[in-house]
Structures are given as C-alpha cells and as structure tokens.
Design a protein around this ligand. Sequence first.
Ligand code: 2YJ
Ligand code: MG
Length: 259
Amino acid sequence: MALLTPEDLEDLLNKLNANNDIIKGATGEDISQICEEAYGTKPGNQKVGIVPITAGNGIIGNFSASLLAITEYFGLEGFITEHPDMTGYYEAVAGGADIILMADDHIFIAHNLSNGKIATNHICTGVIYSEIASRYKHADSKDVLVIGLGRVGYAGASHLVKKGFNVYACDPNTEFMNKAIEELGVNAFDIEKPRKFSMVFEATPNANTISEGMIAERCLVSTPGIPCALPDDLVEKYDIDLVMEPLVIGVAAMLYSIF
Ligand code: 2YJ
Ligand code: MG
C-alpha cells in the first residue's frame, strides 16, 4: 500500500475543489451528494476525535491536520488528541468523540461509537471511486474497466458488480484475478486484446497502468492511486475527465458510511 507523504496532503482543499468540479461536470452531482445517495446518510452533529498513531512508519506530517480539515469541510466538529496511540484514544473518548478516526500503516478506520458502525479506508475508497466512475454521464455502455484487484480494487469491482455493471478487470497477480473471477464473476480483461472503455476505475500504487488501447475518447478515469495511473499526455489527447485526489474523497465515504 502506498504511504501518504506530507506533500501529497498539501493544498488538500484546493485539490478537492478542483476534483469536485470535475465530478460535478462528469456526473451532475458533487461528492457530498454522491456520498449521500450511495450510503443514504447525511452528516448530523457528530463530534470526531482524531488520534495520531505512532506504530510502524509513525506519524505523517499533515495527516491528522488533514483529517480535521476534512471533518470540518463536511460540517462536523472535530479535534486532534494531544497524545497519540492508546492515551490519545482514551482522550478522544473521554473528550466526547462520537466518531474516532485513526490509521496505522495497514489500516485506516472510522468508528462510530454511538451506533457501532465501523469503516475502513480501503473499502470505502474502492466503493466511492467506482461509484463515481459508474455515474459517468457520457458513458457509452455499462462496461467498466477495473485496473488493480487489491483491497481497494476488489471492493470497487464488487460494488460495480452489485450495481449491475459489466465489469472487466485486470491484475498481474493471478491469485487476485482468479479470486475476482470466482467470487465476483468479473470478466478478465486481456491486455493483449485491447478494447476501449468510457469508464475506468484504477486502484494500483503504480504509474502508467492505463494505456491508449484501453480508453475511449472522452472517458472518465476515477483513481485514488498515487502516483497517477495516466500518463499526462493522454489526459489531453483523449479529453479525459480525471478524478484523482489523495485523501478527502475516501475519508468522505468513510464518514458517510458510518453516519
Ligand atoms: O497517525 C498518523 O499520522 C499515521 N499513523 C497515519 C498513517 C496513514 N496511513 C496510510 O498512509 C496508509 N498507507 C493508508 C492510507 C490510505 C489513504 N488512501
Ligand atoms: Mg496509480
């Protein structure tokens, strides 16, 4: 899994606004509306406690501050605990948090203590980015390409299958590929036999996973993956609506999924 860097998190709300404009243009709705519809919830007056975690690679500069900015963007009150880890968790609960946000290198969770719901970043990210792809106004069919079948990609592929889309998927890992074929019934996308898609959901930690043979003129590429899957020149050449943002969209989905 890609680890976020402080640089990825700079200018977060500007990046969000730029992405929100693309999302609105491509689907007719913005990220809050899409989350509301996907999860059937709205923010209430929950208080969010954000606990920095030192395990593994440790605290990422800007991470907790970014979560606080996101919390406030969606109209909720939040606070970052003074101490990290267990002491911070205690502080968050004792300080009246309804929702706890915290992440180590493996998992990033949102836990609603009031209703018991819990969400992970990888599932919510897969669901919301694939949901965005599936809403493309200019889609030429119900065919959608999923690139990468790790934790995020699998969650997105599963979501798209449940929504009734024809999912084509690829991953160089044959175990992941077979699991998605057996459990979800996706079609294996053969890179040797290119075909062009108007909706692409990409979830890999690699650059340049999208090539010219896979994309239709004026398609939507929705990807949480850092670095970007699309070579720069293709974005312009194919007039692509590119949704790619390092943190806010996934966290928005986490919050809406547990309201
Ligand atoms: O509390 C901190 O500052 C750190 N322990 C945060 C760790 C953040 N976790 C990651 O970067 C994971 N790789 C998952 C992030 C998924 C974002 N799409
Ligand atoms: Mg990528």
